[in-house]
Design a binder for this molecule. Structure first.
Ligand SMILES: Nc1ccn([C@H]2C[C@H](O)[C@@H](COP(=O)(O)O)O2)c(=O)n1
Ligand SMILES: [Zn+2]
Length: 161
């Protein structure tokens, strides 16, 4: 019998895990996921956007607009930072898979952690100044950026039979 042909590539696998992780997010508008792997392709950190420990998902605001302190923005921990903080070992020369291109704050954390490659799926905010700053931060630190195009339409997990 020959091997299966339609198995997941490494890129699809790690980006799939980033997406699955993002599905844990309670943010009603944007769910972001991140998955960090080491040079041996071992997963060493996973994260999604959410409020810090101790802050209730039900009591904190998920608003995008209004008085700054009444919105989610000053409180939410970004997926990339959560993945970095959740990592189980040094991130030197690691790769981070992210569902969305990192913001400039996450870019700084990614560089300082020693991550050397960013593989991203969506770049929908590429024209924002903060995204331009991210690119500059990555370029200055020689962090490789790679857009991942996934050819298959979906990955199905079937929990029935
Ligand atoms: N690098 C990023 C950028 C954003 N996020 C999170 C922060 C928010 O929960 C959400 C963005 O919300 P929106 O302004 O689209 O309503 O995404 C992140 O985790 N990592
Ligand atoms: Zn961020």
């Amino acid at each position: 019998m020959s091997k299966r042909e339609n198995y997941l590539s490494w890129d699809e696998y790690f980006m799939g895990i980033a997406f699955l992780s993002g599905m844990r997010s309670k943010d009603p508008s944007t769910q972001v996921g991140a998955c960090i792997i080491d040079e041996d392709k071992k997963i060493i950190g996973i994260g999604y956007n959410g409020f810090p420990h101790g802050s209730s998902d039900d009591e904190m605001p998920w608003e995008r607009e209004g008085e700054f302190l009444e919105t989610k923005y000053p409180y939410v921990v970004h997926a990339e930072l959560n993945a970095i903080l959740n990592s189980i070992k040094s991130l030197k020369n690691c790769t981070i898979y992210v569902t969305h291109f990192p913001c400039n704050e996450c870019a700084k954390a990614i560089v300082q952690a020693g991550i050397k490659k960013v593989v991203y799926f969506s770049d929908k905010h590429k024209d924002l100044d903060s995204t331009k700053a991210s690119r500059k931060i990555f370029e200055n630190a020689n962090v490789e950026m790679a857009h991942l195009e996934i050819l298959r339409e979906n990955i199905v997990i079937n929990f029935k039979d």
